[in-house]
Design a protein around this ligand. Structure first.
Ligand code: FAD
Length: 388
């Protein structure tokens, strides 16, 4: 097979700045040389390659979109391109970086005090400290505002009780941003994972996102200091602000997974012969390849436009909902179609499309399901709320 050099049929490359190209190329080289070799063993084992975390820190991947505190401070398009490269290897890499950066670090950067930012962000940027973001509960997923986790004030600060479910990196994190109701309002708390009363249990039987650690989190009378509250958090909207940053990274990331699937399908069908001809020479196969290429190119343009809007300070949550659900659906269809074109060879993990498709099932569900984003967009278009 020809080596992967990215798929860019609409010459998006020409619109990138030098900074954006450099950021992408540095991460592409890391993916090629270091991330990809780790994917299959880790996916099979259900672990994240911890040895690569300091390298990701050195490359400036964590909190790359943030200014100061040891973060790279790159623009939104460069950040998106980094996510695209990571997810080309495996959605678990993008998820790891995105939870650390767009969720945990963004929460601290946006809603923390100067002292909290200085205490946590430099170590998180370097990958010395891992973060997680605990919003979802076992009984409250899409309707996160109905959460039951509670915080109450105490003489020393706050006491937290409750539980979170499906929390990426919670099992490996040093600090967890826990969303809990304090006097009826949703607030964010920085919870040290080693505190008494904090317990995690990894979910080991996932068929999707196997390279990413996902855990249940239990909080049983956890005493935190007064400085654990992120004072800028004001209701569920603060959590959703972080989620929007993460959804932005998904809009780009899934293009990486889809690009890898399309590349694999093209290369495989050019080599594989049936009925005395390469599969790629059949019209039905070419139709599928053409549809995949068109869908991927549209998704890439949508992600790029989101990046430009974000840089101009004009990004609206409806744009993010459109791209999160639209690009994920496109990527999932590309991965499934690509798997189909590989025949039986597409069933194992020797080739990536089925692994990407399995991962993308999680991406379809987390950070707001496809339905939720359609309903958010529907509400924006009609002014009528069909969510609740
Ligand atoms: C691998 C993985 C990692 C995750 N990481 C994190 C994390 O780090 N932090 C975190 O907080 N959460 C995380 N999540 C949780 C994720 O965000 C939730 O799974 C998601 O929000 C959906 O919630 P749910 O699973 O409870 O589904 P539900 O809300 O129960 O939804 C089930 C189905 O019902 C549909 N539905 C729900 N409400 C409506 C409605 N009003 N109208 C129409 N359809 C509706 C949904 O679209 C979906 O199809 C993760 C999940 C996974 C799988």
């Amino acid at each position: 097979m020809q080596p992967y050099r990215g798929i860019d049929l609409l010459n998006i490359e020409a619109q990138l700045t030098d900074e954006e190209r450099q950021a992408r190329d540095a991460v592409r080289a890391f993916v090629e040389a270091e991330a990809l070799p780790a994917v299959i063993p880790c996916f099979r084992e259900g672990t994240f390659p911890a040895a690569l975390i300091p390298r990701m820190g050195e490359l400036g991947i964590f909190g790359a979109h943030l200014e100061g505190y040891g973060c790279a401070g790159v623009g939104p398009v460069a950040y998106g391109l980094i996510m695209q490269e990571l997810e080309r290897a495996d959605s678990g890499f993008r998820s790891f970086a995105s939870v650390q950066s767009s969720l945990a670090m963004t929460a601290i950067h946006s809603f923390g005090t100067e002292e909290q930012r200085e205490r946590y962000l430099p170590d998180m940027a370097a990958g010395r400290l891992l973060g997680a973001f605990g919003l979802t509960e076992a009984d409250h997923g899409s309707d996160a505002g109905a959460m039951e986790t509670r915080a109450r004030t105490s003489s020393g600060g706050y006491v937290l009780d409750g539980g979170k479910m499906w929390i990426t990196n919670a099992g490996v994190a040093g600090v967890i941003v826990v969303w809990a109701k304090l006097d009826g309002a949703v607030r964010g708390f920085l919870v040290d994972a080693s505190l008494p009363g904090v317990r995690t249990e990894d979910i080991r039987n996932k068929l999707s996102m196997r390279m990413s650690v996902t855990s249940a989190l239990f909080l049983d009378g956890v005493e935190v200091g007064g400085d654990a509250l992120l004072p800028g958090t004001r209701g569920l909207g603060s959590a959703l602000e972080c989620l929007n940053a993460a959804r932005y990274s998904i809009a780009w990331g899934v293009c990486g997974a889809a690009g890898d699937c399309l590349h694999t399908a093209i290369e495989y069908t050019k080599e594989r012969e049936q009925f005395g001809r390469p599969l790629a020479s059949f019209q039905l196969v070419q139709q599928k390849l053409a549809d995949m290429a068109t869908a991927l190119s549209k998704a890439q343009l949508l992600a790029l436009q989101l990046g430009r809007l974000k840089a101009a300070g004009a990004l609206h949550w409806s744009h993010v909902s459109m791209a999160k659900q639209g690009n994920t659906r496109a990527a999932l269809e590309i991965a499934r179609t690509s798997r189909d074109l590989l025949g039986a060879a597409g069933i194992t993990d020797d080739l990536p499309p089925m692994r990407h498709a399995m991962n993308l099932e999680t991406v379809h569900t987390y950070e707001g399901t496809e339905h939720m984003h359609q309903l958010i967009l529907g509400r924006h278009l009609t002014g009528l709320n069909a969510i609740s």
